[in-house]
Design a protein around this ligand. Sequence first.
Ligand SMILES: C[S@@+](CC[C@H](N)C(=O)[O-])C[C@H]1O[C@@H](n2cnc3c(N)ncnc32)[C@H](O)[C@@H]1O
Length: 294
Amino acid sequence: MEPKHVPVMLNEAVNILSVMPGRVYVDGTIGGGGFSKEILRRSSPDGFLIGIDRDADAVKNVQIELEKEFDKKRFKLFYSNFSKIDDIVKESGFKNVDGIILDLGISSIQLEGDRGFSFKEEGGLDMRMDKGERLTAYEIVNHYPEKVLADIIWRFGDERHSRKIAKKIVEFRKNKQIETPLELRTIIKKAVFKGRGVLRIDPATRTFMALRIFVNKEYDSLIEFLGKLKDVLNIGGVIAILSFHSGEDRIVKNFFKNNPGFKSLSKKPILPSDEEVRFNPRSRSAKLRAFCHV
Ligand SMILES: C[S@@+](CC[C@H](N)C(=O)[O-])C[C@H]1O[C@@H](n2cnc3c(N)ncnc32)[C@H](O)[C@@H]1O
């Protein structure tokens, strides 16, 4: 069976956009299309959706899915980075839009595929969301100097064992290149887990996250996007951002804290319900922040 992505906090995120007919919305991370579909349904009959994803497969598949349910004239999808939102909105024929949603990170479809995002035997150490980019996780773990590796794992993974992990990686690759995600996971596990105690998460989780963020320059895209926001979002329009780890949430929180042009729509970030976390464990680390352009 083809892997599917279960959208996280779908209702909360789309509710906060106050989607209405006749308005224009951007889903900057279409993934499996869950948010896009809901926006098109709620803005029926004449709302317009601009969808973006840096994964060409996601764009192709969501195009097919949306065409099954909606008039093609109501949406336009782009294989691109949401950091290019200004050009994309212009190319779609609009000056501004009424609501934007970003659901950061990777989809379950990407996670379960063979691009090296999860600890699998098969597939290489790739981790690119956009196969058009050049840098892969393979290049980093097999060729970057130990100090740089340690810094990446520390900065983007908040991994306190970053130095030990980098050292073990460099030791291993003296004999043989690291080829598969499973091989990398085994090296990391040996570096940090002494076989005592109970593990809450896999010891390789933080390192894999760090590599993914670095390969895809995820923070850079988010920062570039935020810098363009006031020029593309109408006054009264809403930006909603779902983040899955502290590094990206911090970027979002600090940007809006220092920006008087936006008013927060909730005192605290909105979190998934206990029921959602039980049903979809991937949602457990999600935080939704939403702001109105004033
Ligand atoms: C968590 S999934 C989105 C799931 C989607 N909301 C749904 O309901 O199916 C994240 C998606 O965002 C894409 N993505 C991540 N960073 C991006 C960026 N800077 N520009 C465009 N797409 C990005 C990924 O390729 C992935 O498909």
